[in-house]
Design a protein around this ligand. Structure first.
Ligand SMILES: *[C@@H]1O[C@H](CO)[C@@H](O)[C@H](O)[C@H]1NC(C)=O
Ligand SMILES: *[C@@H]1O[C@H](CO)[C@@H](O)[C@H](O)[C@H]1NC(C)=O
Ligand SMILES: *[C@@H]1O[C@H](CO)[C@@H](O)[C@H](O)[C@H]1NC(C)=O
Ligand SMILES: *[C@@H]1O[C@H](CO)[C@@H](O)[C@H](O)[C@H]1NC(C)=O
Ligand SMILES: *[C@@H]1O[C@H](CO)[C@@H](O)[C@H](O)[C@H]1NC(C)=O
Ligand SMILES: *[C@@H]1O[C@H](CO)[C@@H](O)[C@H](O)[C@H]1NC(C)=O
Length: 213
């Protein structure tokens, strides 16, 4: 109820100010033409510089294809078997949660690939990553299960020593290949690489000190 009476007296005031501006508007027209056109040129140049800066920022932030982060976030050990007799051997499954962190302004589609888990220089397990996609500015999480066994290790003496120590040093290495698709106008191939180290505590059946480069 109070708002209506207040609004009405305002209306004529606005009309006054509008007509004031119209009178004032005549004065600049009387200025010399050269001054006006040089001002105009300054504005046009300023707008061009600002546009250039905006384009540069756009190109370097939005259009740049950054290599996504690829790493193991967590690992658990299942069905661990190990022993030194009759022959030294180990057997277990690693349940890993793997992440592909994509900071690009476009999704990252990667192809299936196979990497490895190694003990020293010997491959003891295959890491199979299925075809997938990490959405723009998002982290894709994958559960990957890896069967690890000592079957491919031939140096029984060293293997026996390692098993007796109660710890196995493992290294997981996988190189992805995929395309960053920016705004549907640009595709760039990128190769995110995972390189993680971990220590398996045999008696505790746990992974300790997981670190990724
Ligand atoms: C590892 O797994 C194989 C096949 O399942 C089995 O024959 C072998 O005995 C296992 N090794 C150990 C140390 O348990
Ligand atoms: C990717 O998957 C296809 C079809 O399933 C298969 O033939 C190919 O060997 C796989 N590639 C790798 C590197 O695992
Ligand atoms: C035993 O462990 C050491 C140190 O982690 C490693 O360099 C070596 O390759 C391992 N040996 C075997 C047979 O796994
Ligand atoms: C991965 O496994 C965990 C535990 O089993 C489960 O909670 C999670 O939903 C799984 N994630 C995916 C992407 O399947
Ligand atoms: C390995 O696991 C055992 C059993 O859980 C634990 O007592 C021991 O402290 C662990 N070793 C290390 C170095 O953490
Ligand atoms: C884990 O790292 C800590 C410090 O970096 C070290 O003291 C410990 O021995 C490591 N544990 C294993 C099992 O390697």
């Amino acid at each position: 109820m109070q708002e209506d009476p207040q609004a009405k007296p305002l209306a004529p005031v606005q009309q006054y100010s509008r007509s004031d501006m119209e009178f004032g508007g005549i004065k600049p027209k009387a200025l010399p033409r050269e001054e006006k056109s040089s001002k105009c040129l300054v504005y046009v140049l300023a707008i061009m510089v600002i546009q250039g800066a905006v384009l540069l920022i756009f190109a370097s932030v939005v259009l740049r294809a950054r290599t996504p982060d690829f790493e193991i976030r967590s690992v658990t050990v299942r069905t661990l078997k190990f022993g030194n007799s009759p022959a030294p051997s180990f057997n277990f499954t690693l349940l890993t949660e793997v992440t592909v962190g994509n900071t690009n302004f476009g999704d990252f589609r990667f192809e299936n690939t196979t990497g490895s888990v190694s003990c020293g220089s010997i491959v003891v397990g295959d890491v199979k990553i299925p075809t997938g996609r990490a959405q723009a500015r998002a982290t894709e999480r994958l559960n990957v299960s890896v069967d690890v066994s000592s079957l491919r290790i031939s140096d029984m003496k060293s293997l026996s020593t390692n098993i007796s120590s109660g710890f196995l040093e493992l290294n997981s290495n996988v190189k992805l290949s995929g395309k960053v698709n920016i705004l549907n106008i640009m595709k760039r191939r990128r190769y995110p690489e995972m390189n993680c180290f971990m220590t398996l505590n045999l008696t505790g059946q746990t992974i300790q000190n997981l670190t990724c480069d």
